[in-house]
Design a protein around this ligand. Structure first.
Ligand code: GUN
Length: 293
């Protein structure tokens, strides 16, 4: 391996330490504790696990957290009523509605109900719209893309003028990531499942962000030497040598990519720990906004 390893565990720990310190200061100086409410609709095990980790991290950093779980058949009105209640709750600074919501619910309408100043996920249509526009800034940036930007900064990757290729166009990662890199003056290409010649695009890229959810789809021979690779994928693949029967891999084939890249994130231990760290940072920011009022 010749690439520099971008250590998400280390960067996330630094972000969390900064948040914990700022939370302690806020308590001391203002007698104020940031609060995060999570909303989980249904019992999808992966979503439940994510929400639990977010709550546990709040506890670790001194942030007040309240978890709400609604049944999988909750109505649109029930979800929106809960969000409205949390909007009005002065002890809650951030509201996180875990996605995806069950199919019968209108996701955009729910996200639109969240108070802009409590939108710690940055998924409110107004925050996303501001992210997309020149000269405007959202109050909150979506956590996973914000974490990817921190990792690029930590690795000293030059974004200004760089060719960036994002593989994947999800609302949660690919799309906001493209907008962030564009704001930072990269020339951005978004590739996806219908892209005709992915390798042709990748071969030009100084920065690759892989967020397509396809295990080890991007190989070293598809990359330009020296590229910075941010792998957002977390995929389970069978592995009989492990007791649990599977291992986690990214969307990039790590070993071959690390021979070609200048810098690369591992999976696990790359982007993964950053998402929750950035959520904690956004929750602190929401508390600072509330406190300033
Ligand atoms: N589902 C997958 N990632 C996320 C995230 O960052 N926030 C929310 N709310 N739901 C998600």
């Amino acid at each position: 391996m010749s690439a520099q390893l971008i250590d998400g565990k280390k960067v996330a720990a630094r972000v969390r330490d900064e948040v914990a310190e700022a939370v302690a200061q806020m308590k001391e100086k203002h007698n104020y504790t940031p609060g995060l409410a999570t909303v989980l609709v249904g019992e999808d095990p992966a979503s439940a696990t994510y929400v639990r980790s977010k709550q546990r991290m709040c506890e670790r950093l001194g942030i007040h957290s309240v978890g709400h779980t609604l049944s999988a058949d909750a109505t649109q009105e029930e979800v929106e009523t809960l969000v409205a209640k949390l909007n009005a709750d002065p002890n809650i600074n951030g509201i996180l509605v875990q996605l995806p919501l069950p199919k019968h619910l209108d996701e955009e309408a729910v996200l639109n109900t969240i108070d802009l100043e409590k939108d710690v996920d940055g998924f409110h249509p107004v925050n996303i719209g501001r992210l997309a526009m020149k000269g405007r800034d959202p109050l909150f940036i979506p956590c996973t893309p914000a974490g990817c930007m921190e990792l690029l900064a930590d690795a000293g990757v030059e974004i200004n003028g760089a060719e960036a290729v994002i593989v994947g166009r999800s609302n949660i990662v690919g799309l906001p990531m493209a907008m962030l890199l564009q704001k930072a003056n990269a020339t951005v290409t978004i590739c996806h499942s219908r892209t005709k010649d992915l390798t042709e695009h990748l071969k030009r890229a100084d920065i690759v962000v892989a967020a397509i959810g396809w295990a080890e789809m991007i190989k070293g021979d598809m990359l330009k030497p020296g590229v910075a690779v941010i792998d957002v994928g977390i995929n389970r693949v069978d592995d009989d040598t492990r007791e649990r029967g599977y291992k986690l891999v990214g969307d990039v084939e790590f070993d071959s990519a690390a021979e070609v890249a200048g810098a690369i994130t591992p999976v696990p231990g790359g982007v993964g720990p950053m998402t929750i760290a950035m959520l904690m940072k956004n929750t602190l920011r929401a508390a600072e906004i509330a406190l300033a009022k």
